[in-house]
Structures are given as structure tokens and as C-alpha cells.
Design a protein around this ligand. Structure first.
Ligand code: AMP
Length: 397
């Protein structure tokens, strides 16, 4: 594996792709800086060698009109604090000003570029755009494991312009090594906990997991598509009506493979999608009209916890409820606690994905599970055995 460990950055300008897609509150304060902290060792190694660093990242999914919300300018101060130096900021990731700023960097300098996704060329994997980014530095370092499953301009295509001088950062290399360890030694019962907003983004993951695990716990917004697919009443909860048939297919595939799918018996419901809404608990398939399922209920928490605590291998991705609102974090927290207990009981417990990682950090228990990955989609695809474009691009020369 080509990593930064064996490279001397003295006098080099390294363009480092990081994943600074961190959650911000309404005042643009960073609410969880784990992704930024995770990239610090890579940046520090380059600076210590006597190189300079051009940091690039995406944040969120900016569209016309909401660019301010997704500006990487909000990161500058905090990054400066963590690196103990002033950070230069280019308010356009390409173009003459960015090029001139990159050109004038001297050893020890750090330049942060504005959000790559302000250009649609980024997600399209546009070659010209990648070439422009590549022109800013003379070494390419990929430390954005969280974006490795996407063939975007800055994660994959850019590597074409560095025949030899391309490598994995510290975080990326650690992720690959740690996850490899997990998949090569699976103990049973092996269970997966999958939450988050939508079924549509997790179909492949679910189908693949069915081939590997003994039990799957499903929570979060996506559970309501499954409950509706089985004839349940879900009120005004999040649902993907186009995926009811898919949900039924997943359930019958699991049955055929003897994999137990566990849906929450009860839910915490609210009369409005708000932290201050009126709430009550009811059976997950009897949600009255006008009410929204926001979190898993107490019965479900106990049921899920007992399954997790008896497992020997646990993989968790996605929150059980709307964890951005403090009134609906308890279900997700109960999963964290069960994961911690399982770890104490000798299980290997792995957590990945922005919201689940934030939840585990919020309760201060990240060091009490076996492994916390910065990847969500990337982690799941890698575990499925898929080749990640971001990995392939570095390996090929
Ligand atoms: P994902 O990115 O797919 O892992 O989904 C994370 C998102 O799922 C978070 O923003 C949560 O607020 C959201 N979510 C979890 N539970 C629910 C729910 N019951 N209704 C609506 N959204 C939910």
C-alpha cells in the first residue's frame, strides 16, 4: 500500500483530499469535529517533513441559494486551532486566485480550498475539473475514506494526473487495515444494525448483509417503509412508497436465508417534526394520522439491546431516530449502550457513518467500542467486498 509513511514531503506541495463534511448547528458551529481531528496526523506529518498542504473537501450537498450553509470557511478557525497555525483560505477551489495562493505556499503553510461541491463537475467526476485541482500541488494524498466509494473528481479522477506521487493518508490506510481485520475473522452471532433516513440508499447493503449476518435490526426513518409494506399504519412518518415492493423483497429474501429481521415493536411519535412537539409512544404499526414516528420506543430498545448484548460481532450504521433533535436521541443512545456492553462481553463492535458516530461521541463512548470508522457508505461497500474507486485510483499507476 502506498502511504505517506514512506514519503518525504520536504519542499513538496501536497494536495490532500480530506472529509471535512462535519455537522454544523444553525450558527455554523461545528457540533462534532471527529472527521477534522481524524485528518490531523496526515497534515502534521507533511508539515513536519517540511512540506506545505493544500486541503480540499466537500461539505453537504450544496445547491444554488444555500451555499453559505455549506462553506468550508466555517472550518478555518477550528482547523487553525487544531494545527496551531494560521490557515489560508481560497474562496474558490479552482481558478487563478486559488492557483496563485497555492503557488506562493512555503513550507509549513496550510491552504484550505472552498467546498468542492460548489462545482457540479466534482460529483460528475469531470476530468478537466480534476486536472485543474491537480495543478495546485505536486503530490496527491487521499485521506477521505468516507468518500472513497465515489468516483468523484477529487477522490478518484485526480489520481490520473499523478503517475507516482499519489498515496493514502494516515487515516485512510488505518481504515483499510482495520476493516480488513474485521472481515477476515467473523464470529457469530453476527448482527447488523441499520438505521438512517431511507431504504432506497441501503438496498444493496441490506441484500449483501443478508448473505453474511444472522440478524438485522432496522430502525430510523427507513423502518416505516418496511412496516407499511407489511400492512402497518404509519401515520405521517417518513416513507418511500416507491420502495414498498423492494422492502417486501428484502423481507422475503431474509426469510429464505434464515436471517431474522427485527423491526421496532413500538415508536416514539410526535404531532410535528420538531423537538418541541407533543410526543407519545405507540405500536409501530398503529401510528395515527397526523403523527410522525421519530424514534424507536422503549420495548424496541429493550428487545434490540438484548440481541446486541448477546452478539459476538456487531456492525452498526445509521441512527434509530431523528438524533438532530434532543427529544429523539434516546433510542440511538440505547444502541450505543448495548454496543458498549457487547464489547465488554468480548464482541467485536464496529460503528460507521456520520450520524451514528456523532451519537457515540455525544455520549462519550467512542473508546468503548472496538472500532469507529469515519466511513458510512464507504465502510459498508468495502465490507461487501466491492472495489472502492478511491482505493483503486491510488493502487493503479
Ligand atoms: P442516513 O444519512 O441515511 O444514515 O440518515 C440519517 C438521517 O436519518 C438523520 O438525519 C436522521 O434525522 C434521519 N432519521 C432517522 N430516523 C428518522 C425518522 N424516524 N424520521 C425521519 N428521519 C429520520
Amino acid at each position: 500500500m502506498k502511504t505517506i509513511k514512506d514519503f518525504d514531503f520536504k519542499g513538496k506541495k501536497a494536495i490532500v483530499r480530506v472529509d471535512f463534511n462535519v455537522p454544523l448547528d444553525g450558527n455554523f458551529n461545528i457540533t462534532d469535529d471527529s472527521r477534522i481531528k481524524a485528518a490531523i496526523p496526515t497534515i502534521e506529518k507533511i508539515l513536519k517533513d517540511g512540506g506545505s498542504v493544500i486541503v480540499m473537501s466537500h461539505m453537504g450537498r450544496p445547491k444554488e441559494g444555500n451555499k453559505e450553509k455549506y462553506s468550508l470557511r466555517h472550518i478555518v478557525k477550528h482547523l487553525g486551532k487544531l494545527l496551531n497555525r494560521e490557515i489560508k483560505f481560497a474562496d474558490d477551489c479552482i481558478g487563478d486566485p486559488a492557483f496563485e495562493m497555492a503557488k506562493s505556499l512555503t513550507p509549513g503553510d496550510v491552504l484550505l480550498l472552498e467546498n468542492l461541491r460548489y462545482y457540479k463537475e466534482e460529483t460528475k467526476g469531470d476530468r478537466d475539473f480534476a486536472k485543474k485541482l491537480a495543478s495546485l500541488g505536486d503530490v496527491f494524498v487521499n485521506d477521505a475514506f468516507g468518500a472513497a466509494h465515489r468516483a468523484h473528481a477529487s477522490t478518484t479522477i485526480i489520481a490520473e494526473f499523478f503517475s507516482k506521487n499519489k498515496m493514502f493518508g494516515n487515516l485512510f490506510a488505518n481504515e483499510l487495515e482495520s476493516i480488513k481485520k474485521v472481515i477476515s475473522d467473523i464470529k457469530r452471532p453476527y448482527i447488523a444494525i441499520i438505521g438512517g433516513a431511507k431504504v432506497s440508499t441501503k438496498i444493496d447493503v441490506l441484500n449483501n448483509l443478508i448473505n453474511k449476518v444472522d440478524d438485522i435490526i432496522i430502525g430510523g426513518g427507513m423502518m416505516f417503509t418496511f412496516i407499511k409494506a407489511q400492512g402497518g399504519k404509519i401515520g405521517n412518518s417518513l416513507v418511500e412508497d416507491d420502495y414498498l415492493e423492494t422492502a417486501r423483497e428484502i423481507l422475503s429474501y431474509a426469510k429464505a436465508k434464515n436471517v431474522n429481521i427485527h423491526l421496532p415493536a413500538d415508536s416514539v411519535i410526535a404531532d410535528d417534526f420538531s423537538n418541541h412537539a407533543k410526543t407519545k409512544t405507540c405500536s409501530s404499526d398503529q401510528i395515527p394520522d397526523g403523527w410522525i414516528g421519530m424514534d424507536i420506543g422503549e420495548k424496541a430498545r429493550q428487545h434490540f439491546s438484548s440481541i446486541i448484548e448477546n452478539a459476538k460481532n456487531v456492525l452498526w450504521n445509521g441512527p434509530m431516530g431523528v438524533t438532530e433533535m434532543s427529544s429523539f436521541v434516546a433510542g440511538t443512545e440505547s444502541i450505543v449502550k448495548a454496543m458498549v456492553k457487547a464489547t465488554k462481553n468480548g464482541a467485536f463492535t464496529l460503528v460507521g457513518g456520520g450520524d451514528s458516530v456523532s451519537a457515540i461521541n455525544q455520549v462519550g463512548m467512542a473508546d468503548k467500542v472496538s472500532y469507529v470508522s469515519t466511513g458510512g457508505g464507504a465502510l459498508l461497500e468495502y465490507m461487501e467486498g466491492k472495489e472502492l474507486p478511491g482505493v483503486k485510483a491510488i493502487m493503479e499507476s
